[in-house]
Design a protein around this ligand. Sequence first.
Ligand SMILES: [Fe+2]
Ligand SMILES: [Fe+2]
Length: 501
Amino acid sequence: MAILQRSEWYDLARTTNWTPKYVTDSELFPEEMSGARDVPAEKWESYDEPYKVSYAEYVKVQREKDAGAYSVKAALERSQMFEDADPGWLSILKAHYGAIALGEYAAMSAEARMVRFGRAPGMRNMATFGMMDENRHGQIQLYFPHEYCKKDRQFDWAHKAYHTNEWGAIAARHTFDDLFMARSATEIAVMLTFAFETGFTNMQFLGLAADAAEAGDYTFSSLISSIQTDESRHAQIGAPALQILIENGKKEDAQKLVDIAIARAWRIFAVLTGPSMDYYTPLEHRKQSFKEFMQEWIVGQFERSLLDMGLSLPWYWNQMVDEFDYQHHAYHLGIWFWRPTVWWNPAAGMTPECRDWLEEKYPGWNDTFGKCWDVIIDNLLAGRPELTVPETLPIVCNMSQIPICAIPGDRWKVQDHPLDHEGRTYHFNSAIDRWVFQQNPARYRDHMTLVDRFLAGHIQPMNLMGALQYMNLAPGEIGDDAHQYAWVERYRNHPYQRKAA
Ligand SMILES: [Fe+2]
Ligand SMILES: [Fe+2]
């Protein structure tokens, strides 16, 4: 039987829509789930996805991708990667899998919402493939770390993290629930696929793929490159949806969705990707600093896509770009100090050579963050490690769920941005986080940060041990310095001499 070329039937098949007989249109596509925003169905039918693929083609290509990634894994099963890898690299793997694997399942549900409730037939079609992509990402990123569980139980957190009240897991859930899970199909197209995936996932996936290959972890490198090829396809669901919104007088609304999503995505990537790139990756394997990566992908490329789309830059754009200089350094310092509260072992990344690199990439680093590390180093050298671990919890941002922090030392700039709303005072890391809250207070107001829960007595006993139990961090899972403080010896009898500029 002759088989038609895709181009001969695709346009007909992809625009399949129908007029319901037994229910009304609004029952079939409730506004809450579709988010069509009064843009009529025929306008949505003009949706034109830039990436066209048939089911048969999709399955063939995906099968090959899976076969590729799984066979690299099988071929390298007996390699010594795990044993030979720098402990900082293993920490990147643990942090990545815990933060991302079940987030992929969340993304699958989000894609499924677009499959069912997307107002444009082409969007439903694309999202069907996107949903299967995300299912694959969830499965493969659970399967790969599973093998490491027997060597190191922190890898169990690939599956466990999202089921706990560990603070990073709360932060990730809060963000992903906001951007993907509790949104309509149209909002998901804009917030998840356009803002989050076009803008940010490149950094985690392309950035880490390059670092992984450098670090000799070809299994991980091929795994995340394979995922990234799916992302670059289904991330294109958002742009045509945005176009329809803009053409139909909904630009302001679309802009707000984009601005909220970028603000929230930036925080998650700053806390996850920032320390990975600038501290955990062994110095000799670093390709670019986190800031350089942000400038290339967010300022250089994503800024263009925003403007080409006819959108404006978010009102806070300059402030966010300023944060590239310091926010992730502050997060890293905090994560290392509160290291018992994470499911991986933070690498300090603090040898004299690392500090020279940081000073070169971030001029002034020694006068600010370096001064805090000096105190930590002095305490460790003096045999007083107890002064380098926390006794209680920091103030946590009511939006990002991450501690409020910024620049310490000579250029001190740490500020709470509070807001009183219906008799409760909320605390925010920046005016940007507060602005997100103000866009829809009812959506966010009842959530309790880890510290709110602590103060409300949910965490017993009210000390660090109680908090660790609340976070489900069992012995053997509780984080500690990745290199068991070996780097501190570099400073004994050799005070840090800043390299002359
Ligand atoms: Fe994914
Ligand atoms: Fe995705």
